[in-house]
Design a protein around this ligand. Structure first.
Ligand code: AMP
Length: 145
């Protein structure tokens, strides 16, 4: 398999640099494009309308969150020392939906995730890694954390 577009999903946990480096090395090996993606889950999208019984949620600083994620992605990209890299910050109902949507939209053929991230080490695979693996239309590499 000659990968052409490696999509690396990062959550900015301590291991994100290691995950990014693995994605970078594979992309370089195959001469593939490299993208970094971070999903900002949108509470407003996932709740939808009609939840009058819920306590009023504070207005989420969506724009600030997105901007913060963009800055963090830029920092990570610098640390990876790759010239040609694409950065995506995506606002989605779930991390899984966001990653898989980007895979389709940008024709990625390899997804790189960490085996675990911010959601703990108790499982064999973290919940995001597991969800992505089950829904992916292409290869998935779970970098062992
Ligand atoms: P988790 O399953 O949530 O513990 O995380 C496993 C991996 O999924 C992380 O190492 C990241 O590669 C990826 N991931 C988790 N959350 C996000 C996010 N919000 N955006 C992009 N990738 C994520």
């Amino acid at each position: 398999m000659n990968y052409q577009h490696v999509l690396c999903a990062v959550d900015f946990s301590d291991e994100s640099l290691e995950v990014g480096k693995r994605a970078r090395d594979i992309a370089q090996k195959y001469g593939a494009r490299l993208s970094l993606i971070h999903i900002v889950e949108d509470v407003n999208i996932s709740l939808g309308g009609g939840y009058e019984l819920l306590p009023v949620l504070p207005d989420l600083p969506d724009e600030a969150l997105l901007q913060e994620a963009q800055t963090a992605l830029e920092k990570l990209a610098q640390q990876l020392e790759v010239k040609d890299i694409r950065l995506w910050v995506v606002n989605a109902i779930s991390t899984k939906e966001g990653i898989l949507g980007a895979v389709q939209a940008h024709h990625a053929d390899l997804i790189v995730v960490g085996s675990h991230g911010r959601h703990g080490l108790s499982l064999l695979l973290g919940s995001t890694a597991n969800a992505v693996l089950h829904g992916a239309p292409c290869d998935v590499l779970a970098v062992r954390i």
